[in-house]
Design a binder for this molecule. Structure first.
Ligand SMILES: [Zn+2]
Length: 103
């Protein structure tokens, strides 16, 4: 089970956006990377194409390695470690190791 899922709020631990939080909008489990809204922006220069007559610079999120982010717990308003509970019927749920709130 991946600890980070789509729509999670994460806190950036390292890099240019250190200290920021954002919402995950895409997870790439095979690459251990995630795309987070407003985090790790890259400027991309685009050429003029038939669709885009102007070309120019586009800002776009670039994937961040999941080891560089932590789940941000709304219960304690801090980045936290995630624990996983396995219930008797096999269902798993995630919780904040700090305040024990479900994530
Ligand atoms: Zn918490």
């Amino acid at each position: 089970m991946n600890k980070i899922k789509k729509n999670d709020t994460v806190y950036v631990l390292t890099g240019r956006d250190k200290g920021k939080t954002g919402k995950v909008f895409r997870v790439m489990p095979k690459k251990d990377r995630a795309l987070v809204e407003g985090i790790n922006y890259i400027k991309k220069h685009t050429r003029k194409t038939k669709q885009d007559q102007q070309g120019g610079i586009v800002q776009k999120e670039s994937a961040i390695h999941i080891s560089n982010v932590a789940i941000f717990c709304k219960g304690c308003s801090k980045p936290t470690r995630v624990g996983i509970n396995v219930l008797a019927d096999g269902t798993r749920s995630r919780f904040c190791k700090r305040c024990k709130e479900a994530i």
